[in-house]
Ligand binder design. Structure first.
Ligand code: ADP
Length: 955
């Protein structure tokens, strides 16, 4: 523990220290007081200074404005009151800037004790002010005491600085960034400097360029190099060069087109050349493309077959292509700028305004067909397509029109329709006259038909009749063919188009005589019917020499063909109507014929069968038997007659009837006919007379005996048949190299209307009031056919109920007297065989074989019957003493011809007589040529048979 003294000491020390401390404190207080005074003074001074300092200044604590001097207020536009206590953020444009300034400043103060930043403040009225802001802490160690700051307006300094930059740097910047290549070279062409664009342009770096000339860089060759040299030469003498295009080689080898201008300049007293170059390769290509497309466009417009016209909004021509020139006859020069009505006929002007209005209102295209007028005044028909042209804002800026001349097309369409109507009319017209009228009406639309006529040529009168005639000047119904121009068309069978000069010339040459007035132009085409020209169609004009052309000629030819077709059609129709009528008639006749035939065959058949069965009755007496037999014979003959007629008409119709000329005695034929029909006539109580025109000795003629006989027989038979009482007379006379037969009767006669038809086949049954009489209506048809074959004719004169006269004329050809040779095949009596008659009959029909047995039983010594050719040959071979063979021609297995040929091989002497039902004349000749001695037609009568045998044997 300390002692007192120590304590005192200590206390004294403490007091002493306290005294010192007090003294110190007093001193300090004194000091402080003075300091405070100083401070206040300072503060005051500072305040005053602060306020008076001619720079914007203020105090800030925690970024809040503590004090500002008037300069700050002046700088920022705010009053002191508005600023004190406000955050300095008020001066800044954005938080970002405000923060950045704070951070930058503090960091500088930390580092350097003072912070200075350049920033931008905003004046109260919005103006921006460049500020150099400096801040100094009041207490370096204690930032919480605040900061003094100055804010210097550096806007004008900055502007000044910027200006300074532009004069130096800007030039550089501009130089570097210029899109054009800018370079400097000396007067020898060596590069001194160049901008980036130069590098880009030529592909060389600046370092590669500088110090080199365009010669040693091979930038240009040939005429481009010459051009560059010339430019340099101009610069050397102080001239600038106008922009010129030079092709240079890029470092890559690519050729580029460059537009260069050069200027002589002096820099630092050195004369240099400033060059400005621009790559125009692309531009040139585009230009080329543009030119090409423009060329194409122009080409298309010019080559277009359509007129292409562009109109401005006032409808004046802006563009007018080649086709427009051709269609409308105006050159582009004449058309450009003209209002659209110059290509319109007067009447169309309103219509066009309507079309334009529609386009402008609707903004749509229009199509129309308009009449237009060419420069020469011709009216043409055009098809138009008009379409508006728009700018990018969809405003109409012009109208494009496309037009084509459809005059010809319309004309040919019209023509087609006219021709169609004409050919329609030709198909339906009822008469030639109506057709021609229709044709003329139709033609009027395409051709001038004022003067139009149809001339039909009449060969007999050698004149033209005019079923249709229309003329301004003349009026004819016919005219003589003579030397008319129409005759030339008829004779040449060719169309003719002649103008007045040509007509005059033909007239002068005597080639033609002009009937009626002389036309300016004449057009005629022949009217042909198959190969024959039957007339002509003629058009003529009295006032227009060009009224008709070749195309009109063709139209008229078409018309002529149509008329010909119509005439042909009419003829065919008539023929068809006739054919139909005759077919109907033939059909009716056929039915009538069949009915009659059936009657004509059935009636005799009934007789034969009926009386044959009566004959079987044993009780009948001899008289009755003979009566029955005669009926049977008559019926048989009647049937044979029908069959013979049928065969004869078939032969005539199939054309195989031949004329076989021989010498015979006509008077004999008449006398025989007389004897033949006498009993029949007498039986009917008729007086039959015959008057041959020549004595028997003179009556030999050369003709077809069978046919002459058939003609007379048929006529006499009919005369007796159709005469109930009175006379039948027949005869002949010879005169003028003709033989004329006459057969007259006092019978029922023939109604006048039937006189022509009785010669048609089958005309009888039901058609005439004689159908209750026998006959099938073939007799006269056969007769007439035979007469024609003999080159003769037949006609009839008849009065009903009084009688008929049939006349026949055939050529007379005097024959030789064949009195002794008439039977050519007759064997002289002395040559006839008298030996035993051993006969072979070859016949396949059993009834006929039986008939031969009956006919021959009294005249032959031995009769052998066989049924075919084979057997005949065999029998004859086995029995060679057979001296007569009757050979049917048509047999099974082997026919008569073959059998005879084989027999003849063995024996040429044996008599072979052919038997045939073939009723053809040729058959007889054929038989004789094939080894037969004679020919007997079937049905074989005993008389005929014995007559034939009698020619060779004594029977
Ligand atoms: P058919 O006598 O078989 O009937 P035709 O051909 O011989 O046939 O004669 C045709 C028609 O002519 C007869 O049907 C008859 O009406 C008429 N005819 C022929 N000859 C005479 C005549 N002499 N007198 C009256 N009419 C006759």
């Amino acid at each position: 523990m300390p002692n007192q003294s120590e304590t005192y000491e200590n206390l004294l020390q403490e007091i002493e220290q306290l005294k010192k401390r007090v003294a110190e404190l007093e001193h300090t207080e004194q000091k402080n007081l003075s300091l405070a005074n100083d401070l206040n003074t300072c503060k005051e001074i500072l305040q005053k200074t602060f306020m008076a300092v001619p720079a914007p200044m203020g105090m800030i604590l925690n970024r809040t404005l503590e004090e500002v001097n008037p300069m700050i207020c002046e700088l920022t536009g705010y009053s002191r009151d508005e600023l004190i206590g406000r955050n300095s953020r008020i001066f800044y444009r954005s938080d970002q800037e405000y923060n950045w300034v704070g951070e930058e400043k503090y960091s500088q103060i930390d580092k350097y004790g003072i912070g200075t930043v350049e920033t931008i403040w905003r004046h109260k009225d919005g103006l921006l002010i460049d500020i150099l802001l400096s801040s100094l802490p009041i207490d370096k160690k204690d930032y919480s005491k605040g900061f003094i700051f100055t804010a210097n307006d550096i806007s004008s300094q900055k502007r000044l600085k910027n200006e300074q930059i532009s004069s130096e740097e800007r030039l550089k910047i501009i130089f570097e960034n210029a899109p054009d290549a800018i370079y400097l070279n000396d007067l020898k062409g060596y590069f001194i400097d160049g901008n980036r664009a130069v590098e880009k342009l030529v592909g060389y770096k600046r370092e590669e360029l500088i110090g080199k000339s365009f010669f040693n860089l091979d930038l240009m060759t040939g005429k481009n190099l010459i051009k560059a040299t010339q430019m340099l030469a101009r610069n050397v003498i102080g001239q600038k060069t106008e922009p010129d295009i030079i092709t240079i080689h890029h470092k890559s080898g690519k050729k580029i087109k460059v537009e260069i201008s050069t200027f002589p300049v002096t820099i630092n007293k050195e004369r240099l050349v400033l060059g400005i170059a621009r790559n125009i390769t692309k531009r040139l290509e585009e230009k080329k493309k543009l030119r090409e497309s423009e060329r194409n466009r122009i080409f298309h417009i010019q080559q277009s077959p359509l007129a292409i016209i562009e109109w401005d909004l006032e409808f004046n021509v802006r563009q007018w292509n080649q086709a427009a020139e051709e269609i409308f006859g105006y050159t582009a020069e004449e058309a450009l700028g003209r209002y659209c009505n110059f290509i319109l006929p007067k009447k169309q002007e309103d219509k066009i305004e309507g079309i334009w209005d529609t386009i402008l209102e609707t903004k749509n295209s229009t199509n129309s067909i308009n009449k237009n007028q060419r420069k020469n005044g011709d009216i043409i028909l055009c098809e138009w397509h008009n379409t508006p042209l728009f700018d990018e804002k969809n405003n109409i800026v012009a109208i494009a029109s496309f037009a084509q001349d459809i005059t010809e097309r319309a004309k040919s369409e019209e023509l087609r329709s006219v021709l169609y109507n004409i050919s329609n009319a030709a198909n339906t017209a009822q008469s030639l006259n109506t057709l021609i009228k229709q044709i003329r009406d139709e033609l009027t639309t395409v051709i001038d038909t004022t003067n139009f006529f149809v001339a039909l040529y009449d060969q007999e009168t050698e004149s033209f009749s005019l079923p249709f005639f229309s003329d301004e000047k003349d009026s004819f119904t016919s005219f003589p063919a003579g030397k008319t121009i129409t005759s030339i068309v008829i004779n040449s069978k060719k169309p003719l188009l002649c103008n007045k000069q040509e007509l005059d010339e033909r007239k002068r040459n005597g080639e033609i005589d002009v009937v009626g007035s002389m036309p300016e132009i004449w057009l005629g085409v022949p009217l042909q019917l198959e190969d024959k020209v039957i007339g002509a169609l003629v058009l003529q004009s009295y006032n227009d020499q060009n009224a008709y052309s070749d195309s009109d000629l063709q139209i008229l030819q078409f018309v002529s063909n149509q008329i010909s077709l119509t005439i042909q059609r009419k003829n065919t129709e008539e023929k068809m109507a006739q054919a139909l009528q005759s077919a109907t008639e033939a059909d009716r006749l056929k039915s009538a014929f069949l009915a009659n035939m059936s009657h004509e065959i059935r009636t005799p058949m009934n007789g034969i069968l009926g009386f044959t069965s009566l004959l079987k009755n044993e009780k009948i007496n001899e008289e009755e038997r003979l009566d029955y037999l005669s009926i049977i014979e008559k019926s048989g003959k009647r049937m044979l007659g029908v069959i013979n007629d049928l065969i004869d008409i078939s032969k005539v119709e199939s054309g195989i009837t031949e004329v076989i000329l021989s010498n015979f005695n006509l008077t004999d034929v008449f006398n025989y006919t007389f004897s033949f029909f006498k009993p029949e006539a007498e039986a009917k109580g008729l007086e039959l007379s015959c008057s041959p025109g020549l004595l028997r000795e003179e009556a030999f003629i050369k003709s077809d005996k069978e046919k002459v006989y058939a003609i007379i027989t048929n006529l006499v038979k009919n005369a007796i048949k159709y005469t109930k009482s009175g006379q039948v007379h027949f005869g002949y006379e010879v005169y003028n190299e003709l033989i004329k037969f006459t057969v007259t009767d006092t019978g029922i006669g023939i109604p006048e209307e039937n006189i022509d038809s009785i010669f048609n086949r089958f005309v009888q049954a039901g058609s005439l009031p004689t159908n209750n009489l026998e006959g099938v209506g073939l007799g006269l048809a056969i007769t007439k056919a035979y007469i024609h074959l003999l080159n003769g004719k037949i006609w009839v004169e008849s009065t009903q109920m009084k009688g008929s006269a049939f006349y026949v004329e055939i050529p007379y050809s005097k024959g030789i007297n064949i009195k002794n040779t008439e039977k050519m095949d007759t064997v002289e009596k002395g040559n006839k065989q008298k030996n035993k008659l051993k006969v072979l009959v070859a016949e396949d029909d059993a009834i006929n074989r039986k008939l031969f047995s009956y006919h021959l039983k009294d005249v032959v010594d031995e009769l052998i019957l066989v049924t075919n050719g084979t057997e005949a040959v065999k029998t004859y071979t086995e029995t060679p003493d057979i001296n007569l063979i009757l050979m049917d021609l048509k047999m099974p297995e082997m026919d008569g011809y073959e059998a005879t040929r084989l027999i003849r091989e063995k024996n040429s002497e044996v008599i072979i007589i052919a038997l045939s039902a073939f009723a053809f004349e040729t058959e007889k000749n054929k038989a004789k040529q094939n080894g037969f001695n004679d020919y007997v037609p079937k049905p074989v009568s005993k008389v005929n048979l014995l007559k034939a045998i009698g020619n060779y044997f004594e029977v």
